[in-house]
Design a protein around this ligand. Sequence first.
Ligand code: NIG
Ligand code: FE
Length: 381
Amino acid sequence: MSSVVVANIGELVIFEPERPIRHDAAVVLVDGVVQWVGDDADAPPADARVDARGGAVIPGFVDSHSHLVFAGDRAAEFEARMAGRPYMAGGIRSTVAATRAASDDELRTRLTTLVAQARAQGTTTLEIKSGYGLTVADEARALRLAREVTDETTFLGAHVVPAEYASDRGAYVDLVCGDMLAACAPHARWVDVFIDSGAFTVDEARRILLAGRDAGLGLRVHAGQLAADGGVALAVELGAASVDHCTHLTDADVDALADSSTVATLLPLVEFSTRQPYPDARRLLDAGVAIAIATDCNPGSNFSSSMPLALALAVREMGVTPLEALAAATVGGARALRRSDVGQITVGSRGGVVLLDAPSHAWLAYRVGVPLVREVVGGVR
Ligand code: NIG
Ligand code: FE
């Protein structure tokens, strides 16, 4: 066992319901798990001491939506978008071709680099989806690789219909619900479907999600990215843990979310990278909807893994305070993954703590683009 005390914390954001923030505090972690939280003056001794230098300490970010197992890049597509071309789901197929052609080691090297970059920016819990293989073997491979770095793995065989099934999409949905699910479920915690005019319909998604549930997986949905497409209602109907994007929502969607346990996960880096309007986080919070903020890091619609930038965009463009944005990026993400052991700093928390070169969490939005994460302590799977 090894213990470490993080001492001399000016502002400690703990997100306990009655008390989100403490001042002049310390935290003790044993083998990466929080064992004690209290006043700095009362901090017990530990094997090692980390000095927060009077700065802010926050929970490790929970990035509940990413696609990090892939090869190649789509920088040219990004440049074209910035010149005015719209985002379309079809670009996914070019990443599928590159990913199928890559070796396990190539995919693993890219994946571990991306995970290390995320951790350096304060992310300690990371959900990773498949979805760039789209064959039984390639989807299972993506999930096996993702499992090497996280327990939060999601089967997304229903990302798009691959080119070889273009004339028989029903056969592809059969494959996803049958052999592909059987091969992938042992490596996955979740099943997800991309509902979009260029991807899957609500009825196809219902079939796939119900098959995933029968195989023991929890449910997540991509919906409302490019239009209000009926996906939010489906996510709520099926009790999905999270419905992600939510860029376009009807009033009925908002009401349904407010009456549900489904988290609305907002992905503002996608809006940034696709020039879409930002989702209205204020409208959701005021209606009583639980929200999360995640990156959706992927080679197409957004290739940033920066939770601090996502949070800053939420503050700048989506009507929330820095504390609300930070809550969505930590405890909100935990809720979207149905986890209570990450996203907070309380005894038993496994999500680690992040030391900032800043006196307050608000600086994450105030000093946008500046690397404020000085050190990440703890965080265990
Ligand atoms: O969440 N929306 C679907 N999937 C990704 C985009 C993937 C891609 O363009 O490669 C997303 O934005
Ligand atoms: Fe996504």
